[in-house]
Design a protein around this ligand. Structure first.
Ligand code: SAM
Length: 466
């Protein structure tokens, strides 16, 4: 039997649990067991990557006679191995017809994952900095308690508190019953990966929220001072809304919209448990919310965290490594909605500052959406530079991308995320001229407070580092 057919037969046997790779290789009757074993192991290692590339190139749809396991072995040889051995047999011209498309899909996958080498595409589980090694982040809910009290509680339970971390390396080194304060976020405690706190009494009582660090950034970077009116455009299940409420100290108003009744119901429970009292929840399509409605006249801050492919989500990376790349059709549909939502948000007349975020790694849902929206309003809005020491920035396909943040298990020890902070450049027409021209002369202390807070959000990492 030829090498590739033998390798395909072993892969099929492993999948249908007929035996281990080693056992099936030895019982295959193939003479060069070493060569066969190495090929099967390598193909298996890249299995999820190969599945993704083969599916997006439409290889099996186009070549009906090519069986999936053989396709996997051949595509491995073509793209990741040393090229076809022994001439490649009758499948060489078949694969040749698809070579360009397969290569392009592999390149696209790398761009989506933000990596440049083939090895970096290997299942996240098996690499350092993988999804399974992301620490457990605990956001203290300052509407109900304070950091010191939560720290004391954990200490009484036998945990050892190490103070504020000075770098990501401190977080990486966390083990056993040790915990730290995050180097960047003020009320974020960090425990070793896999620490399960879902049954913890303080979690059950809403004193802390189990929320990934990257997901805590949007509310922090929105930097809305207490008393502000804020729209949370796509709000359920409400983790960011509850964070916003904590930063507002429950003063002001959050208009939170979502379309999904079930998610809104669990959001209502979450907000009640977290002690949020400044939020109006509405089952509404954000695209249908009228910017000229007098209720939103004072809305200066919008958080837009729309539905996305979730390709950066840790749970997805852990359960289905390699399955995070959405199809082109799905991406187009999602990006279409995201563009409409961002364009719509920018039409709110008093808007000053907006945070756009997704838990997607795809450029189409991130940089492309932001570029489209800024182009719609030339000169009216700008990207705000935030967290200068954050190590992972936007893709340079967008002018000012260095102001945007990306996040990933490898680079920031968090889930995959994208964040852009957008600010109005021109003076909104609804702000009175006197207020706009002479903020120092106004009697209200609000503008000063806003400025200080934003400065803190923008420069937090300068002093603390990440
Ligand atoms: N911000 C939320 C949080 O931190 O918990 C997560 C939001 S989730 C990524 C996106 C949400 O947008 C989903 O709950 C979805 O139901 C909602 N959504 C989708 N289309 C919408 C629309 N047109 N108007 C309002 N919400 C929408």
């Amino acid at each position: 039997m030829a090498l590739y057919a033998a390798a395909a037969a072993v892969l099929a046997g492993v999948e249908s649990r007929q035996g281990s790779i080693k056992g099936l290789v030895y019982s295959s009757g193939f003479q060069n067991v070493k060569q066969l074993y190495a090929l099967v192991c390598e193909t298996q290692r890249y299995s999820a990557v190969l599945d993704a590339v083969i599916a997006s190139a439409g290889l099996l749809r186009a070549e009906k006679k090519l069986r999936p396991h053989l396709a996997k072995v051949l595509v491995y040889e073509l793209l990741l191995g040393k090229g076809f051995r022994g001439g490649g047999g009758r499948w060489k011209p078949v694969l040749g017809r698809h070579q360009a498309r397969l290569k392009a899909e592999l390149a696209r996958l790398k761009v989506h994952r933000g990596v440049s080498r083939n090895e970096d595409l290997l299942e996240v589980e098996s690499r350092p900095g993988s999804a399974s090694q992301v620490p457990r982040f605990v956001r203290v809910n300052t509407l109900k308690t304070c950091c010191d009290d939560v720290v004391d509680y954990f200490k009484r339970q036998g945990f050892s508190y190490q103070g504020r971390a000075s770098s990501l390396d401190d977080l990486r080194a966390l083990k056993g019953k040790h915990f730290l304060l995050d180097p960047l976020l003020p009320e974020l405690l960090v425990f070793p990966a896999q620490t399960d706190l879902h049954e913890h009494p303080l979690y059950q009582a809403g004193h802390f929220i189990l929320q990934d660090k990257a997901s805590c950034l949007p509310a922090m970077l929105l930097a809305a001072p207490p008393g502000s009116h804020v729209i949370d455009a796509c709000a359920a299940p409400g983790n960011k809304t509850s964070h916003l409420a904590a930063l507002l100290k429950n003063q002001g108003k959050i208009f939170a919209f979502d379309l999904d009744a079930k998610r809104l119901a669990s959001m209502a429970t979450l907000l009640a448990r977290a002690g949020v009292s400044c939020c109006e929840l509405a089952k509404e399509d954000f695209l249908a919310v009228s910017p000229s409605d007098p209720r939103y006249r004072q809305v200066r801050y919008i958080l837009l965290d729309p539905s996305c492919s979730g390709s950066g989500m840790l749970t997805r990376q852990l359960e289905e490594p390699g399955a995070g790349t959405p199809s082109k059709e799905r991406l187009r549909a999602l990006a279409g909605f995201q563009q409409r939502a961002l364009r719509h948000a920018l039409t709110f007349p008093s808007l000053q500052r907006l945070v756009y975020s997704t838990c997607s790694l795809c450029q189409e849902e991130n940089e492309d959406v932001v570029r489209d929206a800024l182009q719609q309003h030339p000169g009216a809005f700008r990207l705000v530079p935030v967290l200068p020491s954050w190590p992972h920035r936007g893709l340079s396909t967008l002018p000012g991308a260095e102001h945007c943040l990306r996040a990933s298990p490898e680079t920031t020890l968090t889930g995959g995320f994208f964040i852009a902070v957008i600010e109005r450049v021109e003076v909104p027409s609804s702000v009175s001229q006197a207020e706009a021209l002479a903020p120092a002369l106004t009697t209200s202390p609000a503008p000063k407070r806003k400025k200080r807070r934003r400065k803190a959000a923008a420069g937090a990492s300068t002093s603390l580092g990440t």
